[in-house]
Design a binder for this molecule. Structure first.
Ligand code: AMP
Length: 583
């Protein structure tokens, strides 16, 4: 039996693993650790989560760290913030006895300032999500010049989430990289592609049980508050420029509305539902098959007629009630031996439904982060680069004007010309995503702490203590009446006949609209947005502005195109976002 003690790890590590109660190494650890300790060459480890892969690369990584050197030597890339935090925690446990060792995790969705400060404490190991790492590189808050070891964890997942270009960029910015360790649950051509581009004479290690169930579909879910669902859909579409997909809604009305909103924003989509006659539906299918449409927005019943093999993505705008229906939907992709991605947008309350479906399809879902503005812009930048590079103008195109073109650009440097071309394509997206919100539910709290308080709307409601309500009961009534999470509601003030509460600006209109149609103990509920500048203020909550229309949030949720300026091509970019990113 192999024991950890036979590995000749540094004593501090052996001590820490013993404290943790690890006795025997797991199969992937047995295979990988000896190689990485004695001859830390490039490797590919095929292993899933739960196989002990973090220790398989983490222990050798920490073994090789030179604590005396106060620069980043080891970089671990991970697809999501959650995994990033987990890896940091795990590595910190292993390194508990290594005095002077610093391990920093950097990931999106939290203010960047704290991470910049942490990086100034000179960590030797950095665990990062690709997007945030590039942000930090752009701000010169981190240097990868001395990184010798790079680990790509869950490489297949990073690729499925669309981070290929980001990974390439990061690896190109590690000039001292001697060792690249790639871990992945599955081996695809894309994973092999990274190895071919960035690794030398790599050795492969795999443990059984990888990839046992269905095979080709990657199930991802994105957690967003209900009122951010549409924004999330747009962002996923913008982040997936080559998408050829089906977006599923629960109702015909939703299919129609979502599709119309997207069309107005310039996306090439069409609805497909039972209220359309057969002729219309056939026409939509024709356009979809000939790729004039990038997506169709369909109900389950109507989608039965879709017989297309190359669908890259299925997006569940809403999860179906019946988990069986999920398998029908996701089965629209990954047909004929191809691979595909099924993305589901869920509210925090629906995470339990995901668990139920996981059991049915016998496959683990990946919780993915909704990309931020900078990630979307970067994604589209690479997309246009690729489009320009692979464009094949017809032979007779602009024959007549060739001389004029040449004359016009004779003095323009080639690089400058490329920049101009891409800038023209991208500037609307850049504008739209300038101030992009973090749409991932569960992270709003942290952002509030970062002083973004004025982005909240104060809402008046005509119910109070006389109606038998207190704070808790009011919150309960609201969350049971509309699909929002209780942590969205803040600063509740219950008075005799009325109450006030705060919600994020972009949720205000949604809440007002959906609650106003409800009744409480037979009384018709009335809501209005309160004006925060006037009125009782403090614990009170402001006079009425009247009209019940939200200002900041209203435009956003209703998808008012004017709020977002011009659109580029099919994308539409994001809109109504806040932040401060410069590109
Ligand atoms: P991972 O696959 O890296 O996510 O690891 C799964 C879990 O197994 C983590 O909680 C580790 O702390 C734990 N673990 C890793 N290696 C061992 C080991 N050799 N013996 C017992 N537990 C382990």
């Amino acid at each position: 039996m192999i024991l950890f003690s036979s590995f000749s790890l540094r004593d501090e590590l052996t001590q820490a693993i013993s404290d943790l109660g690890f006795e025997t190494p797991t199969p992937i650890q047995q295979k990988v650790i000896p190689t990485l300790l004695s001859d830390p060459k490039d490797i590919i480890g095929l292993a899933q989560t739960g196989t002990g892969k973090t220790a398989a690369f983490g222990l050798p990584l920490l073994h090789h760290v030179d604590i005396a050197q106060k620069h980043v030597q080891c970089l671990v890339l991970s697809p999501t913030r959650e995994l990033c935090m987990q890896i940091q925690e795990e590595l910190t446990k292993y390194g508990a006895y290594m005095r002077g060792l610093r391990i920093t995790a950097v990931y999106g969705g939290v203010p960047i300032g704290g991470q910049i400060r942490e990086l100034k404490t000179h960590p030797q190991v950095v665990v990062a999500t690709p997007g945030r790492l590039i942000d930090l590189l752009e701000r010169k808050a981190i240097s990868l010049d001395n990184v010798k070891y790079v680990t790509l964890d869950e490489a297949d997942e990073m690729l499925n989430m669309g981070f290929r270009e980001d990974i390439d960029l990061i690896l190109k910015n590690t000039p001292s990289r001697d060792y690249t360790w790639l871990f992945s649950a599955t081996m695809s051509n894309e994973v092999r592609g990274i190895a071919k581009r960035f690794m030398k004479d790599w050795q492969e290690f795999s443990v059984a049980a990888a990839n046992t169930t269905n095979e080709n579909i990657d199930h991802q879910y994105y957690v967003a508050q209900h009122h951010n669902r549409f924004e999330t859909l747009r962002r996923l579409l913008d982040f997936t420029p080559g998408i050829y997909g089906v977006i599923f809604t629960r109702t015909k009305q939703d299919a129609q509305e979502v599709s119309e909103k997207l069309m107005k924003m310039g996306y090439h989509v069409s609805p497909l539902h039972g209220d359309m006659d057969q002729k219309m539906r056939s026409k939509v299918m024709e356009r979809f098959k000939s790729r004039q449409l990038q997506c169709i927005v369909a109900t389950d019943v109507a989608a039965r007629g879709i017989d297309v093999n190359d669908i890259t993505h299925v997006i569940n705008y809403e999860l179906p009630d019946d988990p069986e229906v999920y398998t029908h939907r996701s089965g629209r992709t990954a047909r004929a031996g191809k691979s595909g991605i099924c993305m589901s947008i869920v509210s925090p309350k629906q995470i339990s439904n995901i668990r139920q479906i996981e059991r049915l399809v016998k496959q683990k879902f990946h919780k993915s982060d909704i990309p931020d503005g900078a990630e979307v812009v970067r994604k589209r930048l690479f997309f246009y680069m690729e489009q320009i590079a692979t464009a094949q103008p017809r032979a007779d195109f602009a024959k007549l004007y060739r001389d004029s073109m040449h004359e016009q650009f004779a003095d323009v440097d080639k690089d400058e010309l490329i920049r101009k071309l891409i800038w023209l394509q991208l500037r609307d997206t850049i504008d739209a995503y300038q101030d992009a919100d973090d749409l991932n539910a569960g992270y709003e709290q942290k952002e509030r702490g970062a002083g973004r308080g004025n982005r909240y709307s104060r809402i008046f409601i005509n119910l109070g203590e006389k109606d038998g309500l207190n704070t808790q009961k009011l919150i309960q009534f609201i969350t049971e009446s509309v699909d929002i999470d209780s942590n969205v509601i803040e600063r509740v003030t219950v008075r005799d006949l009325s109450s006030f509460f705060n919600v994020p600006g972009d949720a205000a209109e949604y809440i007002i609209e959906h609650l106003s149609s409800k009744k409480f103990k037979g009384r018709k509920v009335r809501l209005e947005e309160a004006d925060q500048g006037r009125g009782p203020g403090g614990g009170g909550g402001g006079g009425y502005k009247g009209g019940g229309k939200s200002q900041s949030g209203g435009a956003r949720y209703s998808g008012d195109v004017r709020a977002y300026g011009k659109r580029e091509g099919h994308s539409g970019g994001g809109g109504g976002y806040k932040g401060k990113k410069k590109y």
